[in-house]
Ligand binder design. Structure first.
Ligand SMILES: Nc1nc2c(ncn2[C@@H]2O[C@H](COP(=O)(O)OP(=O)(O)O)[C@@H](O)[C@H]2O)c(=O)[nH]1
Ligand SMILES: [Mg+2]
Length: 211
């Protein structure tokens, strides 16, 4: 897949430290993952400057046995392939967001989406925490840096970030934030956290290999 970085021909996962042509912003790719109905499509839509490209389909009767809508009764569409959006952080940095499909039967698409990604957001809903285990596991296994963002749904009990960290058995370095996937500034903070975390992880890796 070639998005954003295609014109520059700088290869996948262009690091922000690489010198880009003057006045050309660096483009980075981030993934947005998490369980079904956790707010991925909402998050991408809240920050995207372009009309988010969505491949939503009405949940069909045929899909019902597979699409676990328990607890998300209001949800009538599902993202079949992915959400796609863009946000300009500043003159030097543009992010492309890819929302991963939430349903288990689309796991085969993840490896394709993950190519060249700098990092990821794992969105969680505290009422259905287990639904995001698979996403945490996926990024841990592949060494892709991620921030866990708790989407604070109305009516959901608020838990301190440390409780979420314990429940998801996260490494101490993984940032955990509370957010509102509908709010642009809130989502922006989460995305900046992913970038900072990914840069720290890259620096730590570099230091380790230099030893
Ligand atoms: N109250 C509230 N509702 C939300 C929030 N984020 C998403 N929703 C709603 O939850 C439902 C599922 O969100 P969606 O973005 O489609 O989830 P996805 O399956 O992860 O893409 C939709 O009806 C959203 O409007 C939030 O932060 N607060
Ligand atoms: Mg969706």
């Amino acid at each position: 897949m070639v998005f954003g970085r295609s014109e520059r021909d700088r290869g996948p996962a262009a690091a922000p430290t690489e010198s880009a042509a003057p006045a050309e912003p660096v483009t980075l790719k981030l993934l947005v993952a998490g369980g079904f109905g956790v707010g991925k499509t909402t998050l991408v839509g809240a920050v995207s400057e372009i009309r988010p490209l969505r491949t939503e389909e009405m949940l069909t009767e045929a899909g019902r046995p597979y699409d676990d809508t328990a607890g998300v009764e209001a949800k009538s569409t599902t993202t079949v392939v992915m959400d796609f959006g863009r946000i300009t952080i500043n003159d030097d940095l543009v992010l492309y967001l890819f929302g991963t499909p939430g349903q288990d039967r689309f796991w085969f698409l993840w490896d394709e989406l993950a190519q060249g990604a700098l990092g990821a957001v794992v969105l969680v809903d505290t009422r259905r925490l287990g639904d995001s285990f698979a996403a945490v596991d996926y990024f841990e296994r592949r060494g892709i840096p991620f921030t866990v963002a708790v989407n604070c749904f109305d009516g959901a009990e608020r838990h301190p970030a440390e409780r979420i960290r314990e429940a998801l058995d996260l490494d101490a370095g993984v940032p955990v934030m509370l957010c509102d996937a509908r709010e642009r500034d809130s989502v922006r903070d989460v995305l900046i956290s992913v970038i900072r975390h990914a840069m720290r992880a890259a620096a730590a890796e570099e230091a380790a290999t230099a030893r």
